[in-house]
Design a protein around this ligand. Structure first.
Ligand SMILES: Cc1ncc(COP(=O)(O)O)c(C=O)c1O
Length: 449
């Protein structure tokens, strides 16, 4: 008999058994187990807009750009598209143009690293910042589980900062910085999602964005700004947002290179391309006195993680950008209309099914994005999600997955991005039935008790 090598999870990096790393798998498994359930859980984009033919068009558009605009010879074009390539990417100049057009943000293309999704960008930045066992990351809670999981893999503790309805509680941020320093720790940065955050749906107003930058300057803290949903405000008209109608990004307000900006094309172009980026224009002084960009340090790390982002995937995104004059605001008119319509439909549907005054169910009304948080009068955990899927044919995400402390949570996240208004109606009818039954069940249990 052949001896097999058997390992124990306990012998692997502790992060592999951490709830943060199990979260996405668990939620995917529940979804796979109940394929017929209505899913108000998935934060993925609406698939009806995907178009295989567009891939060919975008590739060809980018190929012509390389030849006609950048003057590459046919051999160079082949190499750019098909060979191992530049670590920092081949669409950085188009990303810079996009940020100029849509966000009035001027960035040096050399400060951009094109990554395998925003997820890799987060990983590279956290890897670079975690220099010492005393280092910690602050993050607005509830927070995106991908951030928590990446930090876990890097042995970088995440300390929560209260979010609240204004998107960030600045007094608590100051307090958390002080507490961490008093404990001998080094808060390296604070992770924020100023626009339609995942999972809370909240946004940070303009005045607080300025105060946040001021506070970061006073406390000498970097800010990691993650912005996958900013182009999806749910305006009544469904018209493309003008820059004047959207608050500027933190990065656009940042005059001190204090913000590391994380971007994703998953929601604006195509999640399957797995292309994102980071703007890291911070200057980094070397031991020999030379000064470079943080982007170049991130590129070194990237060269040991993914080598370079697939040039074919970048070319698809590059072609999509070129097709719309590098404006993703222009490229996402349909998506914005659909997500805005769905968000309004969900919020109106909640109000009809859980009337104020008679129902204890509460929810927030985000100004855009994919997510709404619903608070119910009982604990919301994975067991309840299973009951909801099995007994009611409805999936959602327990908010406990977005907190790092394991404390009981009485809220769930609903997502409007991958459903039709009809599915939202069906899902909310099922949610109303679940809430009614669960409330009655708990009341009966209390009486028995
Ligand atoms: C807040 C946030 N950041 C980052 C990501 C990951 O983006 P990407 O698909 O580009 O890796 C997501 C995906 O849902 C997200 O919600």
């Amino acid at each position: 008999m052949t001896e097999t090598v058997d390992l124990r999870v306990a012998d692997l990096h502790p992060a592999v058994d951490d709830p943060a790393l199990n979260s996405m798998n668990f939620l995917n498994e529940v979804a796979q187990h109940y394929p017929d359930a209505v899913s108000l859980a998935a934060g993925r984009p609406y698939e009806e807009f995907f178009d295989v033919a567009a891939l060919h068009r975008h590739l060809e558009r980018f190929r012509r750009h390389l030849a006609d605009d950048l003057g590459q010879s046919p051999a160079q074009v082949h190499r750019t598209l098909l060979q191992y390539g530049r670590t920092k990417g081949i669409v950085h100049h188009l990303v810079a143009r996009n940020l100029a057009v849509d966000e009035q943000l001027t960035v040096d293309p050399e400060a951009i690293v094109v990554t395998v999704g925003c997820q890799e960008a987060m990983f590279l930045v956290l890897r670079a910042l975690r220099a010492d066992p005393r280092d910690v990351l602050l993050a607005v809670a509830p927070t995106y589980v991908g951030l928590t999981g990446a930090a876990r893999l890097l042995d970088l503790p995440v300390r929560p900062v209260r979010g609240g309805p204004a998107g960030i509680d600045l007094a608590d941020l100051r307090e958390q910085v002080r507490l961490a320093r008093a404990a001998g720790l080094r808060p390296r940065a604070c992770y924020v999602m100023p626009d339609f955050a995942n999972p809370s749906g909240t946004s940070i107003g303009l005045a607080d964005r300025r105060r946040l930058l001021d506070l970061a300057a006073e406390e000498d803290l970097l800010l990691l700004e993650d912005n996958p949903y900013g182009l999806f405000p749910a305006s009544e008209s469904g018209r493309p947002p003008t820059q004047s109608g959207r608050p500027p990004t933190l990065k656009a307000l940042d005059t001190a290179r204090r913000v590391v900006y994380l971007g994703s094309f998953a929601k604006t172009v195509l999640p399957g391309a797995r292309v994102g980026y980071v703007v890291a224009d911070q200057r980094v002084a070397g031991a020999d006195g030379t000064v470079g960009l943080l982007a170049d340090q991130l590129a070194k790390i990237k060269s040991m993680v993914t080598v370079n982002t697939s040039p074919i995937a970048q070319a698809v995104v590059g072609g999509a950008l070129l097709e719309h004059g590098c404006s993703l605001v222009a490229a996402t008119v349909r998506e914005r209309a659909a997500y805005g319509r769905n968000l309004r439909h969900l919020v109106d549907g909640l109000a009809r099914r859980f009337p104020a005054g008679t129902s204890p169910v509460r929810w927030n009304v985000p100004a855009g994005g994919f997510f709404v948080v619903v608070t119910v009068p009982f604990r919301v955990d994975d067991a309840l999600l299973h009951r909801s899927a099995r007994g009611y044919g409805l999936l959602w995400t327990p908010m406990a997955h977005f907190y790092d402390d394991g404390a009981p949570v009485d809220a769930l996240r609903l997502s409007v991005s991958a459903v039709t208004p009809e599915q939202i109606d069906l899902g909310l009818d099922r949610l109303a039935a679940l809430v009614a039954d669960e409330t009655a069940r708990r009341a009966a249990n209390a009486e028995v008790g």
